[in-house]
Design a protein around this ligand. Sequence first.
Ligand code: SME
Length: 161
Amino acid sequence: MSHSLLPLSGTKNEIYRQLIPQLQELVRDEVNYIANLANITAALKSALGFFWVGFYLVDGPCLVLGPFQGELACTRIPFGKGVCGKAWQLGETIVVDDVTKFEGHIACSTKSLSEIVVPIIRNGKLIAVIDVDSEQIAAFDDIDRKYLTKVAALVARLPGL
Ligand code: SME
């Protein structure tokens, strides 16, 4: 089955608002979570022009790289390490305006200057995170936090994950 996004326009807030129902539609008839996560990253990248967007999935004591769009990335992040591992430890979203100021930040690319990591929680347990990187300083704000949290909730309900 082929998919394409309807045209998206307006402010960042409006683009996210138009995108969320389309993401729901995108995953509606597919039960394979890799396929769904892969399409969600592609949709987020094309809609919002992210430098890097992807999922890290809990795998024992580490997060392991899942579907993503962007440059090559580190494959495993231990609990509590980096922004992703810290978001896992805290069970909270972390917004980093300047990655050079975040102690323990894991630099997969030197081009990445700011970052947001949003936990994906199912039945009170963190199962994965969404990680988005930008080439701009302080690229992420409460709008990204709000809508990526909605994406995380959608992903938490996906079958198979
Ligand atoms: N910067 C992340 C590592 C993942 S990459 O950004 C894709 C971190 O500190 O956890």
